[in-house]
Design a protein around this ligand. Sequence first.
Ligand SMILES: [Zn+2]
Length: 305
Amino acid sequence: MPPHLIFVFLDGIGLGLDDESKNPLAALSLPAFETLAGGQRWNQSARPLAQPDLVFRPIDANLGVEGLPQSGTGQATLFTGVNCAALAGRHYGPFPHSKTRPALATENIFKKIKALGLPFEEPAVFTNAYPDRFFSYVDRTDRWTVTTRCCLEASLRIRTHHDVLDGNALTADLTGAAWPQEHPAITPITEQEAGQRLLTISHNHAFTLFEYFHSDKAGHSRSMEQATLVLHALDRFLEGLLSSFDPSRQLLIVTSDHGNLEDLSTKSHTRNPVPFIAYGHNASQMASVTDLTDVTPAIVEALSG
Ligand SMILES: [Zn+2]
């Protein structure tokens, strides 16, 4: 049986220098992050690992294209396996570049996983919920993000506040702290509970994706205080996710689209490598992932059994 695969996509986290003055990932003690790197902090001096149940390695996000990697082309590459920066002729973002639309339509990871014919009612899910104002925004502007466009192209339902209430979706900020303003019935949860919820949701699917972008926002802020809040929140989320994770039946993938947060000396993205982590069932199969284009094919292969 293929594993239940959980993909946690963290926007804007690269592997930077081991310099506590500008790299919060080098400065902070983050126990769950360190567990996923074999007891190491996430920076360029961490040793790559390729163990049977844990792979931790830097991968390239520059894709042979000059300039600073951006979210639109980086995420489109990550979620299709096609070099979308090369297709667009440049790094572009945060929304998908028009030249990458065909790749997002035909090659996206949800579509590929659905085509495997795995015995699940919903083989692939995107667990982020969107508030009503997102749907009125896209109705008006047609500006879908990479992942929501992938959902449309693969006929995946985009989750709403109803799913949050049912415990069947996560909010982008993990806790839902900002949601009661628009959706008063929602009660915020802790980050640990959000991690446990993601794990519970994953039991019913072959592939469960969650995306987190506050890491990129914190990088743009250049604020160590903001970075510290975000990284501690993420660490509690990962702790909750790992607390009852079963590495013999589940596989966790964590990676990013480009660097940013690991270098607070600049408010822009970086050309640093990004971390790639595979933890759990047959993780070592993923040891040959070397850049963003390799992630979708490796996931599809792992789920093909
Ligand atoms: Zn990004």
